[in-house]
Design a binder for this molecule. Structure first.
Ligand code: NAD
Length: 483
């Protein structure tokens, strides 16, 4: 029997009146595992209505009481970690270990948001003029919403939601229609954490449901994560409608290898960055930039890594990499590999036409390495979002930094070196928001902002930590004189 998903509105699981449903597909087996409603705007409207009603009391609930639900949620997430991880792998394809890693990051955000009674404090100054005192207080903004992508079904919503509700806002989530099962399980846990009626709501759907959220006057702030073209559109529409918006987009992350780096270790870390989660991380290494003499040793080491990775179903033991999200995505990735060959790059490891025993219908692409990408070609600037590492060679660290700064995106750049001076120069000059030194995935911990720049981010306040508190509160300044 098909698992037909429901929305969660006003703490009740409600059947959608959608006329259209999308299939949810296990990317390793190609089986249809659920059907998700593409909810109409009336259901967004209903969710906003209950969230607005809930806001009246929730914003008056003391922050120390609000976070009690998050303490409960943290424990529920720990208790249900294995089940949640299996669900992520089931619908998203990544390995079980990767799913558990994602959940650890989600839990970390819940933990940080539990500190809201401290984090949300304002500040004050006595005697701004004689006998007059001034106070800055933070107040919640109202009903807020998240529109999330497929690649981290549990973690990304946690960059926003725990902070939003801890700050006294109420919330609506529209998850990716490709991976709605994890969100369903998370909402079962929100339910058990006994958030008051209407504080957190789930409306499933695709583009039209998202548009209804962006156009709804009752929603005051939007957190979006997805591809750059959609992020740009969401930012433009949300802000034109008078909402706060923070929109994280795509990436093309370069990793630079200097000749003094430990090449063997670097190649292992870079392989994990490029091929982990099948390359479907916004912080995946997609370009390896060898500098000077590092080229031949690094090339040999990374080719050996890429050729030895075990690809298969993420629930099976020993598998290092699962499938990409859909057959359409596999076709797109393989098409981009072909375009790169048309631009005269060299295919050192070819992951196309992968066939995995027992999973012949899965959307698998094996690790792929393209060398000598053309600096003036298209592929060097195109987000492939698959397990494909492009390589370029440059002469100096200055050339490499200029290359990083010439890219369209600014999500992450990493440097492998033993030189403190080179690392310092890179950290200082690279025009990207997340920097890694001798790291392959420079993902900020929950108490730091997730800091993409340029076409990787539209807005000013990022997700996580203090930026999230800033985003989910509005400042009010009170000057007082008493006679
Ligand atoms: P996507 O842009 O296709 O979809 C993201 C969300 O937007 C989904 O919920 C989708 O239903 C919705 N959507 C699609 N079209 C829309 C439209 N026209 N208007 C409003 N909403 C719309 O992205 P995806 O394929 O799910 O995710 C992969 C992308 O996300 C990659 O580009 C990746 O780099 C990016 N990403 C970025 C970060 C980051 O932190 N910068 C993190 C994760 C993923």
């Amino acid at each position: 029997m098909t698992n037909t998903l429901r929305n969660y509105i006003g703490n009740t699981w409600v059947k959608s009146k959608a006329t259209e449903y999308a299939d949810v597909i296990n990317p390793a087996t190609a089986e249809v595992i659920a059907q998700v409603p593409l909810s109409p705007s009336a259901e967004v409207d209903r969710a906003v209505q209950v969230a607005e009603e809930a806001w009246v009391e929730w914003r008056q609930t003391p922050p120390s009481n609000r976070v009690q639900h998050l303490f409960t949620l943290k424990n529920l997430l720990e208790e249900n970690l294995d089940d949640l991880a299996r669900t992520i792998t089931f619908e998203c394809g990544k390995t079980l270990e990767e799913s558990k890693g994602e959940l650890r990051r989600a839990i970390e955000n819940v933990e940080v948001a539990c500190g809201i009674p401290t984090l949300m404090q304002g500040y004050n100054l006595e005697d701004i003029a004689s006998g007059i005192d001034e106070v800055m207080i933070r107040q919640p903004v109202g009903v807020c919403a998240a529109i999330t992508p497929f690649n981290f079904p549990a973690m990304i919503v946690a960059w926003f939601l725990p902070y939003a509700v801890a700050c006294g806002n109420t919330y609506i989530v529209k998850p990716s229609e490709k991976v709605p099962l994890t969100m369903k399980k998370l909402f079962e846990l929100f339910d058990q954490a006994r958030f008051p009626t209407g504080v957190i709501n789930l409306v499933n759907g695709g583009k039209e449901t998202a548009e209804a959220i962006l156009n709804h006057s009752g929603i005051k702030a939007i957190s979006f994560v997805g591809s750059t073209s959609v992020a740009k559109h969401v930012y433009a529409l949300a802000t034109a409608n008078g909402k706060r918006a923070q929109c994280q987009g795509g990436a093309k992350n370069p990793i630079i290898i200097l000749p003094d780096a430990d090449i063997e270790t670097a190649s292992k870390i870079i392989a994990d960055s490029a091929f982990g989660c099948a390359g479907q991380r916004c912080l995946a290494a997609s370009l390896a930039v060898t500098v000077g003499d590092s080229k031949s040793d690094f090339t040999e080491a990374i080719v050996s890594q890429a050729s030895s990775w075990v690809v298969g179903y993420g629930l099976d033991d020993g598998v290092q990499m699962g499938p990409v999200i859909t057959q359409a995505s596999k076709d797109r990735i393989e098409g981009l590999i072909l375009s790169s060959l048309d631009e005269n790059s060299d295919l050192l490891v070819d992951g196309r036409n992968a066939k995995i025993n027992n999973y012949e219908n899965g959307s698998f692409v094996k690790p792929t390495i393209l060398q000598n990408l053309k600096l003036d070609g298209n592929i060097i600037h195109t987000e492939i979002f698959g397990p494909v590492l492009g390589m370029v060679h440059l002469d100096t660290v200055d050339d490499a930094i200029n290359f990083v700064n010439s890219g369209r995106y600014g999500n992450m750049a990493c440097l492998f070196t033993n030189s403190g001076a080179a690392a310092r120069k890179f950290r200082y000059e690279a025009q990207v928001g997340n920097i890694g030194i001798n790291l392959g995935v420079a993902a900020p911990m929950a108490f730091f902002p997730f800091s993409g720049w340029r076409d990787s981010f539209f807005g000013d306040m990022h997700g996580q930590g203090k930026d999230a508190v800033e985003f989910f509160t509005q400042k009010k300044v009170v000057a007082e004189r008493w006679f």
